[in-house]
Design a protein around this ligand. Structure first.
Ligand SMILES: CC(C)(COP(=O)(O)OP(=O)(O)OC[C@H]1O[C@@H](n2cnc3c(N)ncnc32)[C@H](O)[C@@H]1OP(=O)(O)O)[C@@H](O)C(=O)NCCC(=O)NCCS
Length: 204
């Protein structure tokens, strides 16, 4: 078999049992930044300072590695985080207690191997063990992120709203998943009522 053929076979054969999840450290920031920036606009842009601040605020920041190489990461926050993202704030004004998935990215060559599912399942266990019964996140409708839409649909997320961000350049679908065994999310007392239409365009 040619070397190219061997490489293709190796990529196809990557399974979840080859993946190790671990907490991120400052030593990982450069690799995480590179992976993040390669996936704009599906994930928001990050600077080194922004990543450091996000790391300080995150309740969950784990990496997926295969043979010692970064293949994915997931960062999540709880409502106590000091974070100015409009999407995080959208959930914060509507729900009292939740885990907000700020971003996930998997390297292009390792997609559809179950890496993102593995990270989400790990996050669900992490959240459940801490008494959270709600996961929240968003994905882009404009520009479209069909991969993310299919992924989140497959994992049981559902849309609870939409809003425009980044001076109207993006429209996002705001998604939630109620964790197994929960009776449902607790709405914030300040929540004025559900909406499913885009809010007025506003800065992120
Ligand atoms: C979205 C993303 C994180 C999914 O990562 P992944 O590791 O490839 O996803 P998984 O292999 O765990 O997929 C789990 C299931 O989701 C669904 N799914 C995931 N990607 C899909 C795609 N491109 N098309 C159709 N279904 C898809 C499938 O049902 C899949 O199960 P299957 O492969 O057994 O059919 C990845 O495509 C990515 O990093 N995209 C760029 C960054 C990004 O968009 N992040 C999300 C921002 S909201």
């Amino acid at each position: 078999m040619s070397r190219e053929g061997t490489q293709e076979r190796e990529e196809v054969e990557l399974t979840v049992s080859d993946i190790i999840l671990r907490d991120a450290t400052a030593a990982d920031w450069a690799d995480v930044l590179a992976l993040n920036q390669a996936h704009r606009p599906h994930v928001g842009a990050l600077t080194p300072i922004g990543l450091r601040q996000l790391h300080e605020q995150a309740i969950y920041f784990r990496l997926a590695e295969a043979t010692g190489t970064l293949v994915g990461f997931l960062i999540a926050l709880d409502p106590l985080a000091e974070y100015g993202s409009l999407n995080f704030l959208w959930f914060k004004t509507r729900y009292e207690r939740f885990v907000y998935i700020d971003r996930i990215a998997v390297v292009a060559a390792k997609r559809r191997c179950g890496i993102a599912r593995h990270l989400y399942e790990d996050l669900e266990r992490f959240a459940g063990a801490r008494g959270f019964d709600l996961l929240t996140c968003e994905y882009n409708l404009r520009p479209p992120n069909d991969d993310s839409a299919r992924f989140h649909g497959r994992l049981g997320f559902a849309e609870v709203g939409r809003q425009n961000t980044e001076q109207g350049q993006k429209t996002v679908s705001l998604q939630i998943k109620i964790l197994h065994g929960s009776s449902g999310p607790v709405p914030s007392s300040t929540f004025p009522g559900g909406d499913s239409q885009p809010d007025a365009p506003s800065a992120k």
